[in-house]
Write a protein that binds this ligand. Structure first.
Ligand SMILES: *[C@@H]1O[C@H](CO)[C@@H](O)[C@H](O)[C@H]1NC(C)=O
Length: 372
């Protein structure tokens, strides 16, 4: 009995528990209690009546307006006074004209909302947080619910569908070196992460439903979105942060505010020129290494930056075997992802939308977010 409490027994258990805690970031969003039947079980007529858009305003329905990126997206669109901006999200959109609260997985309610507002444009910026999420959520939300939404949008007469896709759709574990839209498209079975394949399948589905003049779709693959709280770069906000030196291969990134401006241009231009639709574009910002980004953020916030040698990264693979729950996305995945080059050629985007110019460089954006 005494021996069981000795340090040589307690310490390894303690370390193991700490390691487990470290690898199992708790879900930031608790999906479990809100099942789809929250709304589904109700007859839409019994749900609170939905408000109407003011006469003469063009309804724009945004899914994910309250997400990290969504909050940035709403701003430039609010400047257009001809729009009635409707948010469909789990939380309330304070800035939007109309805020409908619902879960994207509740397809019947989504249908009800589409039929009520008859939006001519739908924009989606939906994705579960990267960490602490069970893989099944990616399939349910990114793929199944998105496909149902796309189908319903087309059948209810939506004319423009702007989809915020991700560089994940091209495979986070497949190296890309200044890849273009013509680059290889992996087989679905070649993907490692359900997140990646879920984005890809939904994007393919959308592009396949494109019909010039009738259902004009556009998919923007972006990634590495830096926008402060809620973005995947938690470690930039830690009081002590670190980076590998020399920096691992670059992963393109972009400031959320630039993406928001780009989406405004995209959704305006596709109305004027339907031939812009049906294709997809990368827009992933400017070249900057991970280590450099971390350093700038740490300096701006007055945090401590520690550099570690790059060779340490060779051992990340082994952490795989320490997983207690392989179905949950963790820092291990994030680090492994960060070691695979993801750089993209933006020529196609800028040729199609020449009037778009980024307002902020990555450095300016980091100083804006983290500067005091
Ligand atoms: C419409 O877009 C297509 C595809 O990018 C382009 O080739 C064409 O010149 C554009 N038309 C106009 C009128 O801008």
């Amino acid at each position: 009995m005494v021996r069981l409490c000795s340090a040589s027994v307690v310490l390894p258990v303690f370390i193991a528990l700490m390691a487990r805690e470290w690898m199992h970031v708790r879900p930031r969003v608790d999906w479990s209690p809100k099942t789809v039947d929250n709304y589904v079980s109700k007859n839409p007529v019994e749900i609170e009546p939905l408000p109407d858009c003011p006469k003469g305003k063009r309804p724009l329905l945004i899914f994910g307006a309250t997400s990290m990126l969504g909050k940035y997206i709403v701003d430039p669109f609010m400047e257009d006074k001809s729009l009635c901006i409707i948010s469909y999200a789990r939380s309330k959109c304070e800035k939007c004209h109309i805020s409908v609260r619902g879960d994207l997985r509740d397809v019947r309610y989504v249908e009800h909302v589409l039929e009520h507002f008859k939006p001519d444009t739908v924009m989606t910026s939906v994705k579960p947080p990267l960490l602490g999420i069970h893989y099944k959520v990616y399939v349910e939300l990114n793929m199944l619910s998105m496909i149902e939404l796309i189908k319903l949008a087309k059948s209810t007469g939506v004319k423009y569908f702007v989809y915020v896709s991700s560089i994940a759709a091209s495979g986070h574990y497949h190296p890309h070196h200044y890849a273009t839209e013509q680059h290889d498209t992996p087989y679905y079975t070649d993907y490692e992460a359900p997140y990646d394949v879920s984005k890809r399948v939904a994007e393919d589905y959308l592009l396949a439903l494109h019909e010039t003049d009738k259902f004009n779709v556009i998919s923007i693959r972006t990634g590495g979105i830096v926008g402060g709280e809620g973005d995947p770069y938690d470690y930039m906000r830690w009081p002590i942060t670190g980076g590998l030196e020399p920096s691992p291969p670059r992963v393109d990134s972009n400031y959320a505010g630039n993406i928001a401006d780009a989406l405004k241009v995209v959704s305006e231009d596709i109305r004027k020129n339907h031939s812009l639709g049906g294709q997809f574009y990368y827009y992933t910002g400017e070249p900057m290494s991970e280590t450099e980004k971390c350093k700038i953020a740490a300096e701006a916030a007055g945090n401590i930056f520690i550099s570690a040698p790059l060779w340490l990264a060779d051992y990340i693979e082994y952490l795989h075997h320490l997983r207690w729950d392989p179905l949950q996305y963790s820092y291990i995945d994030l680090i492994r992802m960060g070691l695979v080059e993801q750089t993209f050629d933006q020529t196609k985007f800028h040729t199609a939308f020449p009037r778009f110019k980024s307002k902020y460089t990555m450095k300016q954006a980091l100083l804006k977010i983290y500067g005091k």
